[in-house]
Design a protein around this ligand. Structure first.
Ligand SMILES: Cc1cc2nc3c(=O)[nH]c(=O)nc-3n(C[C@H](O)[C@H](O)[C@H](O)COP(=O)(O)OP(=O)(O)OC[C@H]3O[C@@H](n4cnc5c(N)ncnc54)[C@H](O)[C@@H]3O)c2cc1C
Length: 288
């Protein structure tokens, strides 16, 4: 059994100071649904746990009419129940509904889903298409990082020792936007994604054109990806079956999955094309 040191700081600055002193040897603990699993897998190269549960300033959701700010310690189930999130960011709720079981969602936090940096994470994927900005506090002060610059590899982020994710901030997308989240796994529920896809389409009002499309995919590369080429192929385009097929082909070409115990790379690549097209079709919603 590995020896661990454990702290429960009462505020953010105390937590930053503890984690800074621990350096590479320390880990923040939020809900623990990823961290405790890792601890059970065997001795780690860290031995100091700083439990963030007392940091009330990292909990809760604020909305000013244009921008929503979700505290990093907000539980997945609390985010799902928030009426502003449901109204303006509905695919965040869809993705959250697919995360684990009600018991897990009642413990797991938004910040934990991001900081665990799993390429298959469900809620974190949707933050990519809402172009979230991440608030970080550390020994050198506060900074904001766009979510697309947050990941550096599987389980790796730009967080430096001592830094804590404090909140996630997003602007309300245009009101006529429509998003879709699709998760593909071996089972229908309680499953880690083999592939997950999130899309957001904004039509050009009064036309049959797409003004802007955003596409993000997970579990098919070392980090979650925004698929810029596929997105650009849809911009200012009249939607036809061929246009959606072309975007789906570009999506497939952009990913770099691996074979693992849950799927082959070839199957994942094929699923990216199928699910991207399906999600785009659903988001566009047929004839206009
Ligand atoms: C049975 C089960 C099913 C699951 N199903 C899914 C699923 O379907 N989809 C999915 O995406 N995930 C799933 N997960 C994974 C997990 O529940 C989520 O990733 C969850 O959001 C993690 O949040 P947490 O608060 O528990 O994080 P923790 O385990 O507390 O932390 C995760 C990592 O992030 C770091 N961290 C946490 N908060 C911060 C912070 N504020 N600042 C800096 N670092 C921080 C920790 O040090 C740790 O390295 C599942 C887990 C289990 C056990």
């Amino acid at each position: 059994m590995q020896e661990l040191n454990y702290w429960e700081p009462g505020n953010l600055l105390e937590a930053v100071s503890l984690l800074s002193n621990l350096g590479e040897k320390g880990r923040p603990l939020a809900g623990g649904t990823d961290l405790l699993v890792k601890m059970k897998q065997g001795p780690a190269n860290w031995n100091g746990i700083v439990n963030l549960k007392g940091l009330t300033e990292l909990k809760g959701i604020a909305f000013d009419g244009q921008t929503i700010t979700i505290g990093a310690l907000t539980r997945v189930s609390d985010m799902m129940a928030d009426s502003w999130v449901g109204l303006h960011f509905p695919i965040l709720v869809e993705a959250a509904r697919s995360l684990g079981t009600p018991q897990i969602r009642n413990i797991a936090t938004i910040g934990g889903n991001l900081c665990n940096a799993s390429p298959a994470a469900d809620v974190a994927l949707v933050f990519l298409i809402y172009e979230a900005r991440l608030h970080i506090m550390g020994p050198k002060g506060a900074r904001k990082v766009p979510v697309q610059e947050f990941y550096t590899g599987p389980g790796q982020t730009v967080l430096e020792p001592g830094e804590i994710l404090t909140a996630v901030e997003m602007d309300v997308p245009p009101l006529n936007s429509k998003g879709v989240f699709v998760k593909h796994g071996k089972r229908k529920s309680h499953e880690i994604a083999l592939v997950n896809v999130a899309v957001l389409i904004t039509p050009q009002p009064g036309t049959k054109l797409i003004a802007r499309a955003r596409i993000a995919v997970g579990a098919v590369a070392s980090t979650q990806l925004r698929l810029r080429e596929a997105e650009e192929s849809l911009s200012q385009t009249v939607v036809t079956a061929d246009v959606l097929e072309r975007a789906a082909e570009l999506a497939e070409a952009a990913v770099n999955p691996i074979d693992d115990v849950r799927s082959t790379a070839a199957y994942r690549r094929q699923m990216v094309r199928v699910l991207t097209k399906r999600a785009l079709q659903k988001a566009w919603g047929g004839e206009r």
